[in-house]
Design a protein. Structure first.
Length: 423
């Protein structure tokens, strides 16, 4: 048997899964399955529990270790599963000592452990500093990922993630630079900076260095790095240095994924978001004025409690008002313990129908984005599977064998609705 890591949820979980895989292997834990869970929706938690049962059913003698946001938030629920042998918190999963202890355990994988004995889950809110998640290049990827921030100080009424991740904590700039340098030396042609609330980076650090200054330092000290990209940001937190860098630095990729969530002001207020509809539209317009090739993606929630048809229509129209090209649609999912779960809920069928309409609009926006790039030369970082990403995150598929890890010029001659097709 070999070590298997099953990951649910966000890109941050993907990055951390690579880190804990490396730690488990270094500790000598080879014959185990690790489930890195997500709690953003009830469906994500359900899928994690389903995976735990499947893993035990497929290989009954292999230990199953559960971690991630769902395990942090509901540790007793996962420890009560007979298929789970250990439950690690989100801080504990990045502690090498935990993996050493698991590798040396004589009882791991035995059914005798009581639920309480399975738990290694601490108080994530008490964690004062960020525990780094250093990784190599993800297997099969030509991009490298560096987690520079974790946790969130905001309390959006629909979100449980702060209770799984803790307060906002930042990785000191020297540590970020060291990880970036290792990735470049390993051959990464692009580095993606990730975090739970990326634009809050540095608020907890004594030097006051914010995200814009961090990105500028990376590009300055690593002139051999061709491309630097940001993951999801909160537009209201974007600092002036970040705006200036996007306007002036070609190596900072012209693609921003925004945490918008909705397009109606009353719903945004009930979500306890810190921006208005006009704020989002103004930010996109201002940033395009600074850098005309900038492309925007966004997260949007359909069917939030109290949302009526007019409110939903304003959210739907945000795609055009902001000129969004990539949209992640989330049907609202009530999370236990959140204020939104106590608000008047919409019928499930209404939530599903509105999510479907929002997805259809998102697919149409992506098709328009692809059509606008047809016949234009794009700079593409090639990946496995004869595909790659342009600077603005456009997916390009080649109809020939192409070596991963190269930056090539390509021109799309057709589109399949999700990607440009290039010779």
């Amino acid at each position: 048997m070999a070590l298997e890591v099953v990951t649910f949820g966000c890109r941050l979980n993907i990055v951390e899964s690579e880190a804990l895989r490396l730690q488990a292997e270094a500790a000598g834990l080879k014959d185990a399955a690790i489930v890195n869970s997500c709690a953003v929706t009830a469906e994500a938690t359900r899928q994690a529990r389903q995976a735990i049962r499947r893993l035990r059913r497929e290989q009954p003698d292999r230990p199953v270790i559960v971690t991630g946001c769902a395990a942090q938030i509901e540790p007793a629920r996962f420890a009560a599963m007979p298929e789970a042998d250990r439950v690690l918190g989100n801080d504990e999963k990045l502690d090498p000592a935990q993996w050493l202890a698991l590798a040396r355990s004589n009882s791991l994988g035995r059914d005798a452990a009581a639920p309480a004995d399975k738990l290694a889950v601490g108080d994530i809110m008490a964690r004062p500093a960020m525990r780094a998640a250093p990784t190599g290049r993800l297997a099969g990827h030509t991009r490298g990922f560096v987690q520079v921030q974790n946790g969130c100080n905001h309390r959006c009424t629909f979100c449980v993630i702060p209770f799984g991740r803790g307060h906002s904590r930042s990785l000191p700039a020297d540590d970020v630079l060291a990880q970036c340098r290792r990735l470049v030396e390993a051959g990464a042609r692009e580095i993606v900076l990730t975090g739970v609330d990326l634009t809050s980076y540095g608020q907890d650090l004594p030097d006051g260095l914010r995200l814009g200054a961090l990105a500028a330092r990376i590009l300055r000290e690593l002139p051999e790095l061709p491309r630097l990209r940001l993951s999801s940001i909160d537009a209201v937190e974007a600092d002036d240095a970040l705006r200036d860098l996007l306007a002036s630095e070609a190596r900072l990729m012209p693609h921003l994924h925004l945490s918008l969530q909705h397009g109606d002001d009353l719903i945004l207020k009930r979500m306890k978001r810190r921006h208005s509809r006009d704020d989002a539209i103004r930010f996109c317009a201002q940033m395009r004025g600074l850098r005309p090739d900038l492309v925007f993606g966004a997260d949007l929630i359909a069917g939030f409690p109290t949302e009526d048809e007019a409110m939903f229509a304003r959210s739907l129209s945000l795609l055009e008002a902001c000129g969004l090209s990539y949209v992640h649609v989330f049907p609202y999912s009530a999370r236990p313990g959140t204020p939104a779960a106590r608000m008047p809920q919409l019928p499930g069928a209404v939530v599903a129908e509105r999510a479907a309409r929002l997805r259809a609009a998102a697919e149409a926006a992506q098709r328009r984005h692809l059509e606008a790039r047809m016949g234009r030369p794009l700079s593409v970082l090639t990946e496995r599977g004869n595909s790659g990403r342009a600077e603005d995150f456009t997916l390009v598929r080649f109809d020939r064998e192409i070596e991963p890890g190269r930056i090539v010029s390509a021109t799309g001659h057709a589109s399949d609705g999700r990607a440009l097709l290039a010779a």
